[in-house]
Design a protein around this ligand. Structure first.
Ligand code: FE2
Ligand code: FE2
Length: 264
């Protein structure tokens, strides 16, 4: 059993909730409850309260990466939980577009004082069926061409902290990403390699496809062959979602805050 509830996303699904740029998912399996990202503010908590979810009771918080729109909400949780992330998740970064800091709004010291932090570049098992991917191998030739962040020396920040989850269900894998700065196809390939599973039932999360370009088309071609369905969220722009829906009819879901996805 796998249930994913979208607590925050760029888009809105349940009109009694609100949404903002960012991502936060509440993931439930038979033996684990995971808060995957927190969005930028306390909005994920306000939405969760309205739909009867208590993110503070999660067994583990997983950070897809350190960008502010996935980690800002960490300031509003009571603390004490296990928190899994890549060790570079607290690295300083600046938005290329705005020129302002765009990393986690908590220092590594504050994070460690508040949470039981587990940093890992290596994959880590979080439960019977859930694997934190750690640092994702980048193998495709059409991904990882553009990155939205730079470091203090104004060099491109290629987001080595970008990770995701591979969750085993009865009939194959569900792969979950935050922004997929490593490339969403790379994320799927790495999940398949680590788990030895070849059947991917769904790929869910931000695909970091901001326009319908060559990378987006090659990603659609890849997904047609490599997963049953795509569940598109966050940094997957509308025109890319429309192209997925046209080219993968009946196999594309566009997510929004409040939507629930379930697999047996
Ligand atoms: Fe993001
Ligand atoms: Fe990001």
């Amino acid at each position: 059993m796998l249930k994913v509830t979208v607590l925050n996303d760029n888009r809105l699904y349940n009109s009694s909730l609100s949404c903002e740029h960012g991502l936060s998912l509440y993931i439930e399996t038979e033996d684990q409850k995971i808060l995957f990202d927190t969005g930028d503010s306390d909005l994920f908590l306000r939405n969760a309260e309205k739909i009867g979810i208590r993110p503070e009771e999660a067994d583990c918080i997983v950070l897809s990466h350190g960008d502010y729109d996935h980690t800002g909400g960490l300031r509003y949780l009571p603390g004490g939980q296990k928190l899994m992330a890549h060790p570079m998740a607290t690295a300083f970064r600046i938005s290329r577009k705005r020129g302002t800091p765009a990393g986690m709004p908590m220092s590594e010291e504050d994070l460690k004082a508040k949470y039981r932090v587990c940093f890992s570049r290596e994959p880590q098992k979080l439960g019977e069926h859930i694997l934190f991917l750690g640092e994702i191998e980048r193998v495709t030739d059409f991904e990882g061409k553009s990155f939205p962040m730079i470091d203090e020396q104004k060099r491109t920040y290629p987001c080595p902290d970008d990770s995701g989850l591979a969750i085993r269900t009865g009939e194959g894998l569900v792969v979950i990403s935050g922004c997929a700065h490593s490339g969403i196809c790379n994320t799927v390939e790495y999940a398949k390699k680590l788990t030895g599973q070849s059947h991917v039932r769904a790929v869910l999360g931000g695909f970091h496809l901001l326009k319908m370009d060559e990378t987006a088309q090659k990603t659609i071609d890849y997904m047609k062959e490599n997963t049953d369905t795509v569940c598109l969220a966050h940094c997957t722009e509308d025109e890319v979602c429309e192209a997925f829906a046209a080219q993968m009819p009946g196999r594309t879901r566009v997510l929004g805050a409040g939507i629930v996805c379930e697999w047996e």
